[in-house]
Design a binder for this molecule. Structure first.
Ligand code: TYM
Length: 341
C-alpha cells in the first residue's frame, strides 16, 4: 500500500493556504487511499525566534485543526514530531550525507535568513539544517508520496537526492519519495500582495485568511483583496496575479477550474463576492468541528498519544537499518551484534 507522509509547522495560525494547498487533500483523498501519517512538526518551529508557550499553544491548535479538517485517527496516524525520537536520530545521519552547499541553496533558507538578518536577529543553525530534518521526517517512514504545496517541493527534491545518495553509498535503505501537490491552489497568494505566498508565519494582516477567522472577517478580507487595474476577468498568473489568485481559491473551494470560472464573471466585484462565500462555506464545517474538539482536549491528547506510538513502531526499524548501513554498531544487548560488519 502506498505510504503518505506530510506535516504542518506550528509557527502561526493555520491559513487558507495550508488548507487548500495541503490539509484538505489529506482528509478528502490521502487518508482513504493510502497508509498515511500526518505530523505536527513542532521541532521545526524552533528554527526561528520562538516563544515556548506559543509553540505549545499552536501545536495543540494545529492538532485540533487537523482533526477538525476531517483526519480520522481510525484511517491515518496523527502525531507530534517531538514525541518520536526517530526524526532527530535520522536527521543526524542525513547531515552526514547532505552538503553545506546544498543547504545554502534552499530558497526558504535564503529568504528566512535574510528576513532574520534584516530584523537584526541572528540566524539559528537549525534554520540551515531544517531541510535535513524534513528529509528525516519523510524517509523515516518509507513514505512514497508527500502531499505538499508548491513551496515545499524543493525540500522534497532534496529529500529524494539524499535518499538516492544514501542508498548508493550504503546500500538500499530508503524509499525515494515524490511530492504530490494539488492541481489547483498549490500556491495560494497573499490577498494584499498577490506576488507573495499566503504564509502563516508572516505578520498577521488583511491579506491572510486564517482557518479560524469569523465569516465576516473572511468576507472583509476577500472583498478587499488587491486585484489589478484592468477590468477583464481572465486567468493569467503573470499579468493578473490578484484575479488569478481569487479564481484559484474559488476553483479549489467549489471544485471547478480557474480558466472556465474566469469566463463566468464580468466584474471583479462579483468574483470577490462568490469567492468570499465559497471560502466561508468551506471553513464552516471545519470551524464547527474545531469548537467541538476544543471542548474535549482529552480526546485530542489520546489521538496524539496513540499516533506517536504507531509512528514510533513504523519508524524505528527503518532508522535502525540506516544506523547499521552507515557503519554504526548495534548496542551490545542486541543478539545480532557479532553478525554486523
Ligand atoms: P508549512 O507548515 O509551512 O505548511 C504546511 C503545508 O501547507 C502548504 N502551504 C501552502 N499551500 C498552498 N498555498 C500556500 N499559501 C501555502 N502555505 C503553506 C505547505 O506547502 C505545506 O504542505 N516544511 C514544512 C513542514 C514539514 C513537512 C515535513 C511537510 C516538515 N517536515 C515533511 C511534509 C513532509 C512546512 O513548513 O510546512
Amino acid at each position: 500500500m502506498t505510504r503518505v507522509f506530510s506535516g504542518v509547522k506550528p509557527t502561526g495560525h493555520l491559513t487558507l493556504g495550508n488548507y487548500l494547498g495541503a490539509m484538505r487533500q489529506w482528509a478528502a483523498v490521502d487518508q482513504h487511499r493510502a497508509d498515511s501519517l500526518f505530523c505536527i512538526v513542532d521541532l521545526h518551529a524552533l528554527t526561528v525566534d520562538h516563544d515556548p508557550a506559543r509553540v505549545r499553544r499552536l501545536s495543540r491548535q494545529a492538532a485540533t485543526l487537523l482533526l477538525a479538517s476531517g483526519l480520522d485517527p481510525e484511517l491515518c496516524t496523527v502525531f507530534l514530531q517531538s514525541h518520536v525520537d526517530e526524526h532527530t536520530r535520522l536527521s543526524y545521519l542525513l547531515e552526514c550525507v547532505a552538503t553545506d552547499g546544498e543547504m545554502r541553496r534552499m530558497i526558504q533558507y535564503k529568504e528566512k535568513s535574510a528576513q532574520e538578518r534584516e530584523r537584526g536577529g541572528s540566524v539559528r543553525l537549525s534554520l540551515l539544517t531544517y531541510p535535513v530534518l524534513m528529509a528525516a521526517d519523510i524517509l523515516a517512514y518509507g513514505a512514497d508520496e508527500v502531499p505538499v504545496g508548491d513551496d515545499q517541493t524543493q525540500h522534497v527534491e532534496l529529500t529524494r537526492d539524499l535518499a538516492v545518495r544514501f542508498n548508493q553509498r550504503y546500500g538500499h535503505t530508503f524509499v525515494v519519495p515524490k511530492a504530490t501537490p494539488p492541481k489547483v491552489a498549490a500556491r495560494v497568494m497573499n490577498l494584499q500582495d498577490p506576488t507573495s505566498k499566503m504564509g502563516k508565519s508572516d505578520d498577521s494582516g488583511p491579506g491572510i485568511v486564517y482557518l479560524l477567522d469569523e465569516p465576516d472577517v473572511v468576507r472583509k478580507k476577500v472583498m478587499r483583496a488587491v486585484t489589478d487595474s484592468g477590468r477583464v476577468v481572465e486567468y493569467d498568473r503573470e499579468a493578473r496575479p490578484g484575479v488569478a489568485n481569487l479564481l484559484e481559491i474559488l476553483a479549489a473551494c467549489t471544485g471547478g477550474n480557474p480558466e472556465s470560472l474566469a469566463a463566468v464573471y464580468d466584474s471583479y466585484g462579483a468574483l470577490k463576492k462568490d469567492t468570499a462565500e465559497a471560502v466561508v462555506e468551506v471553513l464552516r464545517p471545519v470551524q464547527a468541528r474545531h469548537r467541538e474538539l476544543c471542548a474535549d482536549p482529552a480526546y485530542v491528547e489520546g489521538v496524539l498519544r496513540d499516533g506517536a506510538e504507531k509512528a514510533r513502531a513504523m519508524a524505528r526499524p527503518i532508522v535502525d537499518t540506516a544506523y547499521r548501513a552507515i557503519g554504526l554498531l548495534p548496542p551490545v544487548s542486541e543478539p545480532s551484534l557479532s553478525a554486523a560488519r
